[in-house]
Design a protein around this ligand. Sequence first.
Ligand code: 6LW
Length: 522
Amino acid sequence: MRKQTLLAALALSLSCLAQQPLGYQNPVIAGFHPDPSVCRVGDDFYLVNSSFQYFPGVPIFHSRDLVHWQQIGHVLTRPSQLPLKNASTGGGIYAPTIRHDGERFYMITTNVSDKGNFLVHATDPRGPWSEPVWIEQGGIDPSLYFEDGKCYLVSNPDNCIHLCQIDPLTGRQLTESRRIWTGTGGRYPEGPHIYKKDGWYYLLISEGGTEYGHKVTIARSRHIDGPYTGNPANPILTHINMNAQSNPIQGTGHADLVEAPDGSWWLVCLAFRTQGGTHHLLGRETFLAPVRWDEGAWPVVNADGTLYPQMNVPTLPQHPAAPKPARTEFDADTLAYDWVYVRNPHPENYELRKGRLVLKATPVGLERIDDSPTLVCRRQEHMSFSATTSLRLRDASTGDEAGLTVYMYEDAHSDILLRRKADGQNYITLRHKMGLLTHEEPEVAVGRGDVHLRVTSESQYYAFSYSTDGKDYHELGKLNTRYLSTETVGGFTGIMLGLFATSALPGSEARAEYDFFDYEGE
Ligand code: 6LW
């Protein structure tokens, strides 16, 4: 009898545990991952982000719980889908939308450095995705809504959300573009998405611009082409209000809604995390919030439209993914999905050979925008982190360089690098590039062997150090992080950690061989 009571108590406490709100941490995708858009097919969620000047473009993630996301590839993997000539941090690929019409996945976006709005489609979200289908309606942030075999497009030409019907396989516009909403008067009405619920068409948009004044507003209509009436409780999400003035998360906006298999509603949005006062460096990241959306009522985001780093709310049953390994050994045939290039890379300058990443130096320096330097990079995802690599410079000529860069874009980066000099030796230095200003620390001779390069940060400073034996590290210098922040240098992207090789002259044989790359953050 006693045993039975004990077992019953145990079963009860286990079932209570299963119903416990598990909570989660925001952001759900850390580091530069802006403009999230999400769709669900069955039990699977798919999410895409904008990617600007980076190639391949539009990272795509999979999740079963909206909290844990695993990158399954990129949508735009071929130069024919993603020409990035002269693209910088304000160019290339802007906000994408992902949708599924019951048969195919569609990703629609804007290449502001090319011909504007286009979509690609695929039956498998892991690809391959189609060639671009170009869209006539202008503006940015195009989105699709499918109903009864029809495909509707919204985007924001002339600072107003416009709607038309298109044939998604040819891009042909089937109806005139019609103005449907300008929002509540905030600047930059953008990021529109249409949803249908309880007989209402809902139009979700962002206003206020992507900085501190960012907000999400919503309108609804009984007819898809309007008239749309704004929610009296707008904005439904913003951190510009007093209740979020001390919140480390700022700039919440650019959202998308999704219904989970259990009928719960969720919102993904972008926001940034401040460090060092009002500066942020990691770019705009992807955040998640629960939404209460009662029948016939307006959606309410996390009770009062505020997000927190620690979200103490019930979640879907969680499916944690295996953590990313701290060390990249470079012993696979390809680099993992988190490594990307700036603009369209020259594949002949990159090789994975015998457990090393081999970069061929070219005269295209990191500061150039008219070509793609030999540079491969991944996102800084944590304010506190340590990144270390081991480098050997082979067959270099005088002035050839290779190293590790903390890279915001071509005009704003700090590089710890090895340089071959006329005496045949390698010298190590730290170079900061801020627009027209370049500052370099005194060079230190390090011979011709392998050198370990390390950058660490604890929010306020980047510290750069090197080691010739992989044990004792010597600090070369520090940089206040604010000098590379978005508030200081502008742009839509976030800090990347990159490995690069450049030559002083054309025709150099120099190769930089990187043995591993370690990244640990908290
Ligand atoms: C994007 C727009 C925005 O297309 O910034 O914050 C633009 N939102 O919706 C670039 O990310």
